[in-house]
Design a binder for this molecule. Structure first.
Ligand code: SF4
Length: 459
């Protein structure tokens, strides 16, 4: 989501500024921040401290901070770093820069504007990634999980109109983008409380009908809000990929209640079961928090057993990090850091083991892969993604980037797969890629047996 916000800002400024390779050469540096964990916030201060030195060399340099830390800290950032020029929320960037040019100093604009409209970002001239794109469909959150800062810094839920969303997807498709992720803090709430928008399942069906040649994904889903109607879309819509990120956070009902998640372990497992009924191949990923206040050893074991039961393909697991202003930061019985670290080590060990087994289950299968790029570290190799969101490295030629190809999986690594082109390229899939009209056959690719090649970042 933050990457997408950065793209939005880059797009809004594209007529006035161009990107430079190094911050030392910049006239404007924007640090777009995340405050979901303390570590991310801490990075901001060290980064800005470094940029301060550049101001001596380039007196006209403007330094701005945006995103969640800007909204959380506001005026306090100027007290701590008086050389900052601008602290702002996601809105009004071009106008704010104009005000700076007209002589304003230490400009603060973090208020949530009620008339805020999520902007369209993809002009006809560019999307940062030629194959994958992101489209915001809603913003904000009404859920108030007790550990989370988002509702305080991003405000309440606002949904974007279905027509705006369809137009933006249309812009991406015209640019050649084929893998599109719908974004929002809680996409399942899309349309709730808004007059001129449809429900989330209906939105998915509309996109599927309008753009049948693409791959569609969405994130993030709150387990309490994902409806049967949305889950059924995984079985009925060809565009919707067999991958769902469904953050569970913990496996203990007691902890889930203290987190204010509004579902139980049993509710969650029932949804997983239903998803696997409608889409047996679906790859599930999740987020997990270790050492939430009051988490006992037994609660932690409940998390481990849930992970064993669901068998996630991948997960983001972190130690609980108290965020200022949230309810959980004030809870008594905070878990000590040593215990959190021990639990995280155990949890990561289990997640890695299961994730690797799930990857190994794909060995010998043929997967539809959308080719995303030439592999940066392995000459002659390409990198692409399966419908289940697994990264696959395989031998190929650069002209294949943007194509849908059938790839046989020959080996699983920890975080990626190694493959080779299947016997023949499916012409129907080929037509869906950028290379429509060209023939791309296995014979065009010269490569050695790739079964011993591991091109993943973590062999
Ligand atoms: S649903 Fe997600 S964004 Fe909303 S409060 Fe909970 S964790 Fe934060």
């Amino acid at each position: 989501m933050n990457e997408y916000d950065s793209s939005t800002m880059a797009s809004l400024l594209s007529s006035q500024y161009q990107m430079v390779r190094s911050p030392e050469d910049a006239d404007l540096i924007i640090v777009n921040t995340c405050s979901i964990r303390h570590k991310a916030e801490h990075k901001l201060y060290s980064l800005i401290g470094r940029f301060k030195g550049y101001k001596k060399k380039r007196p006209g340099l403007r330094i701005a901070v945006s995103g969640c830390v800007a909204q959380q800290e506001g005026e306090r950032l100027f007290k701590r770093m008086p050389y900052l020029d601008l602290v702002f929320g996601p809105h009004r960037l071009p106008q704010l820069l104009q005000e700076l040019e007209q002589g304003a100093e230490n400009l603060l604009d973090t208020a949530m504007h009620e008339d805020f409209k999520i902007p369209s970002v993809y002009r006809k001239d560019g999307c940062p990634d030629p194959v994958r794109g992101f489209v915001t469909i809603m913003q904000g959150c009404n859920n108030f999980c007790t550990y989370c800062i988002v509702p305080y810094v991003r405000g309440r839920e606002i949904s974007r109109s279905a027509m705006d969303i369809l137009h933006e997807i249309g812009d991406l498709v015209e640019l050649g983008v084929r893998d599109i992720t719908l974004l929002g803090q809680n996409v399942n709430s899309y349309g709730k409380g808004a007059g001129d928008v449809v429900g989330f399942a209906q939105l998915l069906r509309m996109i599927d009908k309008e753009y049948p040649g693409i791959r569609l994904r969405f994130t993030t889903s709150h387990p309490k809000d994902i409806s049967r109607e949305v889950m059924e879309c995984f079985g009925s819509l060809d565009t919707l990929c067999e991958h769902l990120h469904l953050p569970v956070q913990a496996g203990s009902n007691k902890v889930l209640k203290r987190m204010n998640r509004h579902y139980t372990r049993e509710d969650y497992l029932e949804k997983v079961h239903f998803l696997r009924q409608v889409s047996p191949e679906i790859a599930l990923t999740t987020d997990l928090i270790c050492g939430f206040p009051g988490e006992t050893h037994k609660d932690f074991l409940d998390t481990l057993s849930l992970v064993e039961e669901v068998r996630y393909h991948q997960a983001f697991a972190f130690k609980y990090s108290p965020r200022p202003g949230t309810a959980a930061a004030r809870f008594a019985c905070q878990v000590d850091d040593g215990t959190k670290s021990q639990r995280l080590t155990l949890l990561l060990g289990l997640l890695n083991r299961i994730g690797f087994q799930e990857m190994r289950n794909l060995e010998g299968t043929v997967q539809e892969v959308l080719v995303e790029r030439v592999h940066s570290g392995q000459p002659g190799m390409l990198q692409g993604r399966t419908r289940g969101n697994h990264v696959v490295n395989f031998p190929g030629v650069p002209e294949m980037v943007g194509s849908f190809l059938d790839v046989e999986i020959v080996r699983a690594c920890n975080h990626s797969l190694v493959g080779r082109l299947s016997e023949a390229v499916d012409p129907a899939r080929e037509m869906r890629g950028k290379m429509a009209g060209q023939s791309v056959l296995k014979e065009d690719v010269s490569y050695e047996d790739s079964s011993n090649v591991c091109a993943c970042d973590n062999p």
